[in-house]
Design a protein around this ligand. Structure first.
Ligand code: ADP
Ligand code: MG
Length: 335
């Protein structure tokens, strides 16, 4: 069993200590037959045993044990024998997950607060007179509009993440023609590219045909990566989308000539709400969730994502996809 179990007899001698217990406390089988006070040096355990014996009821406490969090529950044994049973559970991972959840809720609240405060301030200004003056009315409605848009994006990204994490929608990969997905994704950026004078190019190796994916996942991954590449690069930069065989995979890359990302940020870039450049991301309306979504989508279709970057030269994101032998499903025709 996963829990560590320790039993003593009426004289306080250890009569049972399972493998999990010995592993948790870092002791060997020699603890058997010895008094608990000598056998177990772990701080806190002895005190709990004494308390349980004095109170004649179960007591528990979470203790730091050899770098882990361990919940220790001590129960006195009722007649005919006396002594105690101690059950030790390693709750390190549980506590870690709880902390992640707490941080996530705190992050979401923090992200919501700014746009909500901006909308409230603008509507208050409007209601207290600005509404009657055409020029200021327009300005403040514009502020409401921008921040409502930001709230909308945040909610959409959160929903997408939660759908992906719950596994509620199954992304059953099927053959998808990569060239088509690239073309469709890039179409979305024709306006942004014009506005920023970005050179956006795509080249798909003729040897690449279908990959295991879903059209939704592939286009969403690509549009998030291309959006970042355009957004974080200065005007007139070049963004290249390429696809070519890479070992037994197909590597889809989005390469930009933007500012790059410092090496210390790279390992955390795919975490929810992690931003290398906080103020810049917010100014550009980013939610900080794009790359977390990319990573989840990639995992859902059995692909892996990675990033390389040289500050001052640019950034490359790679998605390594499974090639697919089968033909792409024909688009269904209305009969
Ligand atoms: N192509 C890129 N060039 C430079 N920095 C990037 C690039 N792509 C992502 N980043 C950094 O990674 C962070 C996380 O990206 P993302 O999850 O898409 O969030 P968002 O774009 O909403 O801030 C960004 O805030 C930015 O600091
Ligand atoms: Mg983004």
């Amino acid at each position: 069993m996963a829990e560590g179990v320790l039993v003593t007899d009426a004289d306080g001698v250890v009569v049972h200590a399972n493998r999990a217990l010995r592993g948790l406390l870092g002791v060997g089988p020699e603890v058997l037959g010895r008094p608990l006070t000598e056998a177990i040096a772990q701080e806190g355990v002895q005190g709990l045993v004494e308390l349980a014996e004095a109170e004649r009821e179960s007591v528990q406490e979470e203790l730091p044990v050899r770098g882990r969090r361990v919940l220790v529950r001590v129960t006195p044994i009722e007649d005919p024998t006396t002594g105690i049973v101690a059950v030790l559970s390693d709750v390190t991972e549980l506590r870690r997950l709880e902390r992640i959840r707490r941080d996530f809720v705190a992050n979401v609240s923090h992200e919501l607060r700014t746009p909500v405060a901006a909308v409230r301030a603008a509507t208050e200004t409007l209601l207290s007179g600005a509404l009657d003056r055409a020029d200021t009315a327009r300005e403040f409605v514009g502020i409401v509009d921008r921040h409502a848009e930001r709230l909308h994006r945040l909610v959409e990204d959160l929903l997408e993440l939660s759908r992906l994490e719950s596994g509620e929608v199954r992304h059953l990969p099927e053959p998808v023609r990569l060239r088509d997905a690239v073309t469709r994704a890039l179409e979305l950026f024709s306006l942004a590219v014009k506005a920023r004078g970005t050179r956006l190019t795509a080249s798909v190796d003729p040897a690449v045909d279908c990959v295991e994916a879903t059209a939704h996942a592939l286009e969403h991954i690509l549009s998030n990566l291309v959006d970042n590449a355009i957004k974080y690069s200065p005007e007139g930069a070049t963004v290249r989308v390429t696809a070519a065989p890479h070992g037994d995979r197909v590597r889809l890359s989005v390469v930009d000539t933007g500012p790059g990302v410092e090496a210390r940020h790279l390992p955390r870039l795919f975490e929810r709400f992690y931003r290398a450049d906080k103020s810049r991301s917010r100014d550009l309306g980013g939610t900080g969730l794009g790359l977390a979504i990319v990573k989840h989508l990639a995992e859902a279709i059995g692909a892996t994502v990675s990033v390389e970057s040289t500050p001052g030269e640019g950034t490359s994101f790679h998605v390594d996809l499974r090639p697919s032998a089968g033909p792409a499903a024909e688009p269904s025709r209305d009969e």
